[in-house]
Design a protein around this ligand. Sequence first.
Ligand code: HEC
Length: 244
Amino acid sequence: MQSLHRIILLVAAAVSLLLAAGTYLLFSGFGDHMMQKAAFAQGRIVSSLTFSNMFQLMSQGWNREQVVNFTRGATDALAGSPLRIEFHRAEAVNRDYGEVAQPAPDTALADALRTGRAKEIVLPGGGRYIQPLVASETCLGCHPRARKGEMLGAITVEAKYDKFIDDTRKLLMIILLVMTPVPFLAAMAVVIYLDRRMQRFVGQIDAAMLASGSAAPDFSGVDPHCAELDTVLDRFKRLAGRGG
Ligand code: HEC
């Protein structure tokens, strides 16, 4: 025979576990997705800020050493933060100012330099944002051998928030560990409460039957304070009425 208590407890346990697993999965998926969105938003801001600074410097007519100092300064400023910034100097700048040593562009960067469109690359726990720098009319005064619309370079901003995600995940685990048993404990309390009610009801029935001896028992003193047990009591009363 199935005990009602066991069913209640089993359902509560299943719901607790499902909720915990669901919350965890939801967070894992959403967390990564949100961090990626944040990474791209930040990449957009940082690259345009960086370029406007760079443009200020350029407008004052800078040389290679200043370029190097600027890029180093920008990179150092972000050291220890989840952001990393990289500069790429395109072929069109080399024509006027000479080549510099730099790593060959990877596929994503090459793609951005070819299309002239900003690129967003999803990374685990973050993202990479590539902002190509297109030559406009303003640029040609100092980059005379570049053509309008040609790429002069690109700024890449990489943001990785794995550490934040890991920290948040740990916190979530703790919260879930504390919260998961709550529905189960609540069900347990209900079970204990119902059990008491039931015991009391059975006790009152027993007492009424004992008090009546061999006569029809009088259940009028029994009050279970519970609609379900009231229906049962009603049957007892009818049964007693039939006998007596
Ligand atoms: C007032 C002059 C001036 C103007 C205007 C100018 N630049 Fe430059 N830019 C320079 C000089 C000078 C250098 C190279 C310095 C060197 O390497 O010796 C340079 C270098 C660059 C570089 C390479 C930086 C690196 O990392 O080596 C990029 C990219 C660039 N310019 C983009 C642009 C764009 C885009 C515009 C227009 C929106 C522009 N520049 C307008 C002067 C200018």
